[in-house]
Design a protein around this ligand. Structure first.
Ligand SMILES: [Zn+2]
Length: 542
């Protein structure tokens, strides 16, 4: 099965009778016999469009060669090759501009080969950029220079005798064998992290040894529109928020953007800004128990937190709000402050409260003040230098809310607005189950349930009727046996991302399920699972 994480993929493919588990480094002249005969390497990546057109070699072989200025050619299922990619690594800005130009134009269901480029220390960033296949040419060149290769970098061959690796090559003093094995091992590790949905954390940790790798990751993050399409909307694993780059992750930006633009809060006069807790979801922590006892439902609760920004109480289960693991030091750096105060400002500008109470201290209080200033909102303070959990602070919070009317919390509406950009009519809906395993039904017919792993809402066929027209995947005139494959998809709501709950609509059937790829990929691809189907039913009259 193919796994992906952003642009990175891991899986198995068949090529000329050979089965290759990618990402992989192989002797590519064996699997692409035409490779040795093509003269492709003489067009630099930096060449302009005219030069490229003039000197582009005729006669295509497999793999299909591309260049930032020559992207036509590859079709679904092709092997694609980018000659000279090793030269791009030295210039991160060019690297990302060239990569995004090529990735945007070439079908996503192609496998990408970077010849003579991979060594153990750059494999992570090449895979993160969406390359799947490599050779040993760069490793062997390093061997001929007497260079000992590790994921941490390139070192003198004397390092081999220091016991830092105990592979067969090192034990027998065979540098070439060690260097090749080190690349193979690193790619195996990359593959495991992709499959575990934790590849970003792996790349954030690996890239520390090379400033150019950090720069490539940051430039890629700045290509938000491209990356947002390939990063899943939710995962059910922990979200490691352990580096400064976490703030720029698509998941963080998307969560904040949806809180500011899509999310619809319950009707409330008063909002209380609260600190986060180490335990997730927040409401199951001791501190939040104290806060909710003091508030008694008399205000809308908003949690100020780094790196997620602002988490309305109803969204505390939604990925990554319930999933992030962040080192707590109480210190907020300038970038965090700027980002989170911006999120708070946007939210307060869009949603008008008569009163906004800051039950905060330290860095969280500081960003709340900054955000409220930008929004032109006056805050009330209930901690006055004490900890928010201090009994004096809690008593003051309670007293401040004296006489405020109760807010009707609505978990379903809150999450649906964030997830689908629409709010179902919840009249007559009954909820049951112990939070967070909540289900909603009307007249004993189940309509929605909460996916406790991701915090997203799962509609049933009946539930979908309440959710407007969005998040539909149109399929052609067939009855699916199991999952929906990409070639069967006629069109898909452009908002759909991997991990989204979708309704599959065909002339013969309806199906509920989870998107296994984003809208753009499912409409453009000729292979792969597009939707993992949960339930299927024939349409009336069929
Ligand atoms: Zn070794």
């Amino acid at each position: 099965m193919k796994r992906r994480d952003g642009l990175a993929r891991s899986g198995i493919c068949h090529l000329e009778g050979t089965i290759i588990a990618f990402p992989a480094a192989v002797d590519t002249t064996m699997i692409f016999p035409g490779l040795g005969k093509t003269s492709f390497s003489n067009i630099p990546l930096s060449a302009g469009p005219e030069f490229v057109e003039k000197y582009w070699p005729g006669g295509q072989v497999s793999p299909v060669m591309i260049h930032p200025h020559h992207v036509s050619g590859p079709v679904s299922g092709d092997w694609v090759m980018v000659p000279g990619w090793h030269t791009a690594l030295a210039n991160p800005r060019n690297y990302v501009n060239w990569l995004t130009a090529m990735k945007a134009a070439v079908p996503l269901d192609t496998l990408w080969y970077a010849p003579a480029t991979a060594i153990p220390s750059n494999a992570h960033i090449l895979c993160y950029s969406g390359f799947d296949l490599f050779d040993f040419i760069a490793c062997d060149l390093a061997t001929s220079r007497g260079t000992f290769l590790l994921p941490e970098g390139e070192f003198d061959r004397k390092w081999m005798d220091a016991g830092v690796c105990n592979c067969d090559g090192c034990r027998s003093g065979d540098l070439k064998s060690h260097n090749r094995m080190a690349l193979t091992k690193e790619l195996a590790l990359v593959s495991r992290f992709i499959a575990a949905s934790r590849f970003r954390e792996f790349v954030e940790s690996r890239c520390r040894m090379h400033s150019t790798h950090v720069a490539i990751m940051r430039h890629l993050d700045s290509m938000y529109d491209l990356m947002e399409q390939v990063v899943p909307v939710a995962r059910d694993v922990a979200f490691g928020a352990t580096s400064g780059e976490t703030l720029n992750r698509v998941e963080i930006r998307r969560f904040a953007q949806r809180v500011a633009e899509r999310y619809i809060p319950p009707s409330a006069d008063t909002a209380v800004l609260l600190p986060c807790s180490a335990r997730k979801p927040y409401s199951l922590s001791q501190s939040h128990n104290k806060f909710t006892r003091a508030i008694q439902g008399r205000a809308h609760e908003l949690i100020v937190t780094s790196p997620v920004g602002l988490v309305p109480r109803e969204l505390e289960l939604v990925y990554p709000a319930a999933h992030y693991d962040v080192p707590v030091t109480g210190y907020w750096d300038l970038e965090e402050k700027a980002f989170i105060s911006g999120v708070i400002a946007k939210y307060l500008q869009k949603n008008n409260y008569r009163r906004v109470i800051a039950h905060l201290d330290g860095g969280a209080l500081e960003v709340a003040k900054l955000g409220a200033d930008i929004a032109g909102v006056e805050l009330e303070f209930t901690c006055s230098g004490r900890r928010p959990t201090d009994s004096a602070s809690l008593a003051r919070l309670d007293a401040t809310l004296d006489g405020c009317r109760r807010v009707k919390q609505d978990l379903l509406k809150g999450i649906c607005s964030w997830q689908f950009g629409t709010v179902p009519d919840t009249a007559g809906l009954m909820s049951r189950g112990r939070y967070p395993a909540v289900k909603y039904s009307r007249n004993r017919v189940q309509m929605f349930s909460l996916d406790t792993g991701t915090g997203l809402i799962r509609p049933t066929f009946e539930g979908w009727k309440l959710l407007g027209e969005g998040y539909r995947v149109q399929i052609s005139d067939f009855v699916p046996q199991g999952d929906i494959l990409a070639p069967g998809v006629v069109s898909a709501d452009p908002h759909i991302r991997e991990g989204d709950e979708v309704l599959v609509v065909g002339p013969k059937v309806l199906a509920t399920g989870k998107a296994a790829m984003g809208a753009s990929e499912m409409s453009r691809s000729k292979r792969g699972v597009a939707v993992r189907v949960r339930k299927i039913k024939m349409r009336d009259g069929q």
